[in-house]
Write a protein that binds this ligand. Structure first.
Ligand SMILES: Cc1cc2nc3c(=O)[nH]c(=O)nc-3n(C[C@H](O)[C@H](O)[C@H](O)COP(=O)(O)OP(=O)(O)OC[C@H]3O[C@@H](n4cnc5c(N)ncnc54)[C@H](O)[C@@H]3O)c2cc1C
Length: 229
């Protein structure tokens, strides 16, 4: 989808900072793909720098809400407080799709879909924050929000919810098999080495019922459905 279709938002990879220079053929400029990668992921890594200049990369659960990524942390976290105070950040989401074994170690690698977002977060409050918390819950545990106890005022006070706009971002995707050095493909020894891709698929297992559930408590259908999502 083009920037025009998304209002004034620049296409992924279209700014000086997000133009992919290394392996530019892996650039994806399509916002629909950007959204699809974010919707398929569950964990983002968010960069923050503390008062001493030490960078940290913090893994967080997240969800996409329209053209922003929302995530939450503790109001006591100095790292999250730094972000909320207006520090610039970089958020990445990586999906691994396969291991690629080439004839050489140098050309071996991975298939992946990666998103990188640059910007400044906005701290959410009130109903907007509650909506973001619902969106995060619905993304990670579909159907659970309406089936579990809502957050209390005390829990809300302990939670900081942030939104990072998808204004300046990039999408990099590698697909396919080995891209060998042509010399290895005709080498009498190296050309006989097996090469190929082993797909990597993340999956959920069978639900394990908590010991405090009264006997006979059934696993909800929506929980059973998670394995298929
Ligand atoms: C699972 C996985 C494993 C990888 N393993 C390696 C490895 O072992 N060694 C290695 O060198 N590289 C690896 N990469 C690629 C790596 O993420 C970088 O793309 C690469 O190192 C080039 O970095 P750069 O800063 O020189 O890129 P540049 O092309 O100079 O970066 C310019 C801009 O491109 C965008 N960009 C760069 N990388 C990505 C990305 N991955 N996803 C989305 N946008 C991006 C950003 O907006 C960035 O600001 C891996 C990627 C993934 C997803």
């Amino acid at each position: 989808m083009t920037a025009a279709a998304h209002g004034a938002l620049p296409d992924p990879g279209s700014t000086a900072r997000t133009r992919i220079r290394r392996m530019p053929e892996r650039t994806v400029n399509d916002r629909t793909v950007l959204h699809a990668v974010l919707d398929a992921g569950r964990v983002a890594h968010v960069a923050v720098v503390d008062e001493d200049g030490q960078p940290y990369v913090v893994p967080v659960a997240y969800a996409r809400r329209g053209d922003e990524v929302v995530f939450h942390g503790s109001t006591g976290s100095r790292l999250f407080r730094g972000l909320a105070a207006g520090q610039r950040t970089c958020l990445t989401v990586t999906l691994m799709d396969g291991l690629v074994a080439a004839r050489s170690a140098f050309e071996s690698g991975m298939n992946y879909r990666g998103v990188m977002v640059l910007g400044v977060v906005r701290r959410l409050d009130g109903d907007d924050e509650l909506d973001a918390l619902r969106v995060i819950s619905d993304h990670l545990l579909p159907g659970r929000w309406s089936d579990c106890r809502p957050p209390t005022p005390k829990e809300r006070a302990a939670t900081m919810t942030l939104a990072l706009p998808l204004d300046e971002c990039s999408v990099k995707v590698r697909t396919g098999g080995a891209e060998d050095d042509p010399a290895d493909l005709v080498d009498p020894v190296y050309s006989r080495i097996w090469a190929g891709e082993v797909p990597l698929v993340e999956s959920l297992g069978e639900p394990v019922t908590d010991e405090h559930c009264p006997a006979g408590t059934a696993v909800p259908d929506y929980v059973r459905g998670w394995a298929a999502s």
